[in-house]
Design a protein around this ligand. Structure first.
Ligand code: F0G
Length: 423
């Protein structure tokens, strides 16, 4: 695989993070002509019944399509083999007939970051790195901490001192990482990380092209689970925009490999207070950074690093980008819970965005849609508990009972009442 600048296409040295000529982000280029689609499919089918630890990973199962990493250096926690769930309640809420969730929160550390992290940390391990570093709103840090612990590397994370989920920080600490809390937001933390020398420490934010390679496999897993039937739309939340870049790349490669015959359209949804990409997409101008503000703390990002790559993917797929406000995200998140699934706030931007796109007709009712859920419901229990105590439309507050008689009466009342529709 060749590493090139994503902007000027100049070939770059492996192990660097930015183009030496123009300073833009790097990307791997896969020689898709080297593969026969029938053989790829057959190999993948064969691997589904294999016990090789690489085949049990929904990332390393696609290893021929990834930058090479020596087998002995691979650090895997069986990430990436993600469920696609039918989303009945969500479909009715959004106003489409066919909706499923690709739940990336069902990863080992409960977010999509694991798919990229297994590749970035394995590569760092292969090159003998001793220290892994990232900036994070909480999920990248938890993921990096877990994989660095498995690899035997120091893990150092930079996080905003306030305004991120306590659970994510707790998870990061539990895996043994050193947490450096800064007086500043994610954008400030990432700016600090970008000044580090990548030959001294492994920088594993999504500016690292190995992260993108791992995350692109979610597109393959999704297509494989659908027997290579291409959805019409993929709707996903956008923050730093690594995941949009990665999924778009995955679908483009699947097309170039002959595994599919068209691209799904990508719809990127941002929180209204952190929507520089949606704004740039609408205006057709350069992205202008903002000071981000949203209760969906995972996507509280004002200067997304991968915006150019993501814009390319959205345009190539004939997709779109939009913003939804925090109340719409909160409402959609509660709806996702009612399907017995759940997700963290940022993830629900996908369903909230789909609802807007379906209402305007941009996504027709009969479209075949996949919404990407990026993180697990337990990633932000404080948010969830507050929502259910809040009196919001879909809140489900705790019922305080005073005595045994009330307890029994409340249970009895359910016995004769109609049950909710099954999923
Ligand atoms: N959803 C969740 C749950 C996230 O944690 C993130 C990003 C996103 C969506 C946005 O993805 O940045 O690829 O566009 N979280 C990063 C972190 C910033 O540090 O955990 P993106």
């Amino acid at each position: 695989m060749i590493l090139r600048c994503s902007a000027c296409a100049r070939v770059a040295a492996d192990g660097t993070l930015l183009c030496a000529a123009c300073g833009d982000l790097l990307a791997f280029e896969l020689d898709t002509a080297a593969f026969d689609p029938a053989r790829v499919r057959a190999l993948l089918a064969q691997r589904r019944v294999s016990n090789d630890h690489r085949d049990r990973s929904g990332v390393w199962r696609f290893r021929e399509l990834l930058p090479p990493v020596p087998e002995a250096a691979i650090v895997t926690l069986r990430e990436g083999d993600l469920p696609l769930y039918a989303a009945r309640t969500g479909a009715a809420y959004a106003g489409v007939d066919r909706l499923s969730y690709l739940h990336q929160g069902m990863n080992p550390t409960a977010s999509f970051k694991d798919c990229g992290m297994t590749v970035a940390v394995s590569n760092a391990h292969a090159r003998g790195a001793r220290v892994a570093v990232c900036a994070s709103t909480g999920n990248t840090s938890a993921s990096m901490a877990a994989y660095a612990a498995r690899a035997g590397m120091h893990a150092v994370v930079l996080v905003p001192a306030t305004g991120i989920s306590e659970s994510k920080v707790a998870q990061t600490l539990d895996y043994g990482a050193t947490v450096l809390a800064i007086d500043g937001d994610f954008d400030a933390a990432l700016a600090a990380v970008r000044t580090l020398d990548p030959t001294r420490v492994a920088v594993v934010n999504s500016i690292n092209p190995y992260r993108i390679e791992g995350q692109k496999t979610a597109a393959f897993v999704l297509l494989e689970a659908r027997d290579w039937r291409v959805p019409d739309w993929i709707v996903l939340p956008g923050g730093n925009l690594g995941n949009t870049s990665a999924l778009g790349k995955g679908f483009r490669e699947a097309l170039a490999l002959g595994l599919i015959d068209r691209l799904p359209r990508l719809a990127v949804v941002q929180a209204a207070g952190a929507a520089p990409f949606a704004r740039a997409f609408a205006s057709g101008r350069e992205l202008e950074p903002v000071v981000a503000k949203t209760t969906a703390t995972a996507i509280k990002i004002g200067a997304p690093a991968s915006w150019k790559k993501a814009l390319h993917e959205v345009r190539v797929s004939n997709g779109t980008a939009l913003a939804v406000d925090d109340d719409a995200i909160a409402d959609a998140r509660a709806v996702i819970g009612r399907d017995g699934i759940g997700c963290e706030p940022a993830s629900a931007a996908s369903l909230a965005g789909l609802r807007v796109l379906a209402a305007s007709g941009a996504i027709p009712r009969d479209a075949d849609v996949v919404a990407v859920l990026t993180g697990h419901v337990l990633k932000d229990p404080q948010y969830v508990a507050q929502y259910h105590a809040s009196g919001a439309a879909r809140a489900n507050p705790i019922v305080r009972v005073r005595d045994d008689a009330e307890l029994m009466a409340r249970i009895d009342a359910f016995v004769d009442s109609p049950v909710p529709a099954g999923r």
